[in-house]
Design a protein around this ligand. Structure first.
Ligand code: ADP
Ligand code: ZN
Length: 608
């Protein structure tokens, strides 16, 4: 085993590199500058930590937030890695002892706040340090056209130029459009860097947008559906965080508020209670989250629309870092847009910019806001919308976002999933997805013949390769299977596969309702769905009888017709048509959506 794999195992406790990590580390160790663009949670920090440990000299890590650096340094020290921290919030005593450690050459990784770089005492020390690398985390902060410009980042290139020998420069960010990426390369003066952009897709995240009709109640309803799981609720203002935390508590959901107006002590306590799991829900402004390493956040709700897709994706991305399914819900109100327009119109407090630059900045912020606004109104696949925003191609149907769900129905594929999983087991986890599919199909290909004696050979010969592939991809996306590359590409079982194989857990795949047929049916007269109308009327009649009320009070004809016409496929969509949020209404929506889904599944579905 080579040195970097050993370090990965022994110091960090991981068996394999994640996509992209190895390539960046290799480039750094070969002496090259790098630009790593990876989504939140992809594992950027290991890239500079691990390569920093292997470089001959020290590595300076520049990051925007002191709390983030403190946590990283503490985590490294617990792993026995020599790291220390220099920032302006330290007491003179703390700083002196950190400087001593550095001067004695006892720190391999030195975390520095950007504003300390040019402080005379540090600059003097730096000149005598063998600096192998300067790693810049959250590198988009250097771009004044990015969504999170920090003037202190402008000091980084100046500092690097003042060093006797130019170190390797590595830059990392989670949010960068092509323009901001170029900006980072230019501003940091990266020299023909190895650029690596990993997929921005987070397949375990489910995206949804809901228009507010009764936002507070919608939020409570959503959180109740999460069965006590941990989550973050982002609000646009400090006042709102406190109001909503109180509102949730009044509704028996344990929640705490967090915003930058609270004193440091209070913030720390609140944060700790959330991270430790003592309180499941934190209601916060966007001041919360950077550097918080809580892998099991199961939902992120935006109670209000953020100002741009970058912010949204970064905040929503704090859900599901452990790879298990998680929800990202945006509850928006048209007033949110006005609020952002107003805020963008205010002069940014930034003396470093000329009037002309301020104007340009506003224009770009408004353009970004427009894209965010399009997101909440689009009926396109939400995942595709986000990925395209970041310059990545994506299929037009992901099957796990609110918009895809509104144009698809569920299909139980548990049996197929069991066959796939047991096939992976039977071949001792030695085959990749393609081979698994061909074994299940009973392929006559020569390279498959050695599996002809395996008990799962040919047990799915009535399916198509695409169908099986869809199930395999789904099992990978949802963490039942994992793809491994070393020593050769293969699928391996995850612990949760047992639930499907032995404990009756269902696997459900989304099947898209054919748009053309749906449109055709929609365009022809309503009476072309007498079957559905009849079923809905029957439901209405029996519900009315049970409740002892008249049928039209369950739903009037106008509503029934609307259901038949629009074919809403989610409970939320049905409820929006029923225009009720009562318990009764919810139960109706639950039943009605099943009836409509069944109808659609029967009449016009296409394969995913
Ligand atoms: P980022 O900075 O990209 O948001 P982090 O570096 O904080 O992400 O890593 C996210 C999580 O993934 C952390 O919990 C980290 O320990 C974990 N992680 C990173 N690399 C690996 C790996 N190769 N195998 C398993 N877990 C990893
Ligand atoms: Zn989708």
């Amino acid at each position: 085993m080579d040195l970097k794999h050993r370090l990965l195992q022994e110091s960090f406790g991981y068996t394999e590199f994640r996509p992209g990590q190895q390539k960046l580390i290799d480039a750094i160790l070969a002496g090259r500058d790098v630009l790593g663009v990876m989504p939140t949670g992809a594992g950027k920090s290991i890239c500079y930590q691990l390569s920093g440990m292997l470089l001959p000299g020290v590595t300076l890590v520049v990051a925007p937030l002191i709390s983030l650096m403190q946590d990283q340094v503490a985590a490294l020290q617990r792993k026995g890695i020599s790291a220390c921290l220099l920032n302006s919030a330290q007491t003179a005593q703390e700083r002196r002892s950190a400087m001593q450690i550095v001067a004695m050459g006892r720190a391999k990784l030195i975390y520095v706040a950007p504003e300390r770089l040019l402080a005379p005492d540090f600059a003097a020390l730096a000149k005598n340090l063998p600096i192998s690398m300067v790693a810049v985390d959250e590198a988009h902060c250097i771009s004044q056209w990015g969504h999170d410009f920090r003037p202190s980042y402008r000091q980084i290139p100046q500092f690097i130029r003042s060093l006797p020998k130019r170190p390797i420069i590595s830059a990392f960010t989670a949010t960068a459009t092509a323009q901001v990426r170029q900006d980072i390369v230019t501003a940091l003066e990266l020299q023909t860097p190895e650029r690596l952009v990993t997929s921005f897709d987070r397949p375990n995240l489910h995206y949804a947008v809901l228009r507010a009709y009764d936002r507070e109640a919608q939020l409570v309803r959503f959180i109740r559906q999460q069965d006590g799981a941990c989550g973050i609720v982002y609000c646009l203002t400090r006042k709102k965080t406190e109001e909503m935390a109180r509102y949730l508590c009044d509704n028996h959901i344990s929640a705490v508020a967090y915003h930058a107006g609270m004193d440091a002590m209070a913030r720390r306590t609140v944060q700790q209670r959330f991270v430790s799991g003592a309180v499941p829900v934190i209601v916060a402004t966007n001041a919360f989250g950077m550097g918080i390493n809580k892998p099991d956040v199961r939902f992120v709700v935006h109670f209000g629309m953020p100002r741009d897709i970058e912010s949204y994706y970064q905040e929503a991305g704090r859900a599901g870092r452990d790879g298990a399914p998680a929800h990202c819900l945006l509850l928006f109100d048209e007033n949110d847009i006005n609020l952002h327009e107003y805020l963008i119109g205010l002069d940014p407090e930034n003396p470093a910019l000329t009037d002309e630059e301020v104007e340009q900045l506003k224009k770009r912020n408004l353009a970004r806001l427009k894209q965010m606004r399009r997101y909440v109104f689009t009926d396109q696949c939400l995942r595709q919308y986000i990925l395209q925003y970041f310059g990545q191609d994506a299929p037009s149907f992901c099957g796990s976002c609110g918009n895809c769900e509104a144009s698809s129905v569920e299909q139980d594929v548990t049996t197929a999933a069991q066959k796939v999983l047991s096939c992976v087991y039977r071949v001792k986890e030695q085959c990749d997805a393609d081979v698994i599919c061909r074994i299940l199909l009973g392929s006559a290909d020569e390279d498959i013949q050695c599996y002809a004696a395996v008990s799962t050979y040919g047990i799915m010969q009535d399916s198509t390769a695409e169908d099986i592939r869809a199930v395999v991809d789904h099992l990978v996306s949802f963490g039942y299977l994992v793809k491994q590359e070393n020593p050769h590409p293969r699928l391996r079982l995850c612990a949760s596969a047992k639930k499907v194989l032995f404990h009756g857990q269902k696997v459900v795949l989304r099947v898209r309702v054919s748009q053309e047929e749906a449109r055709e049916v929609r365009e022809s007269s309503r009476s072309s769905r007498p079957e559905l109308a009849k079923e809905l009327r029957e439901y209405r009649r029996s519900a009315a009888r049970r409740r002892g009320v008249l049928p039209y009070t369950v739903m009037p004809d106008t509503v029934l017709e609307k259901l038949v016409q629009q074919l809403p496929l989610t409970e939320d969509a049905v409820q929006a048509i029923l225009r009720t949020d009562s318990r009764q209404g919810k139960r109706d929506a639950h039943k009605i959506v099943k009836i409509i889904q069944k109808y659609c599944l029967k009449h016009f579905t296409e394969k995913k």
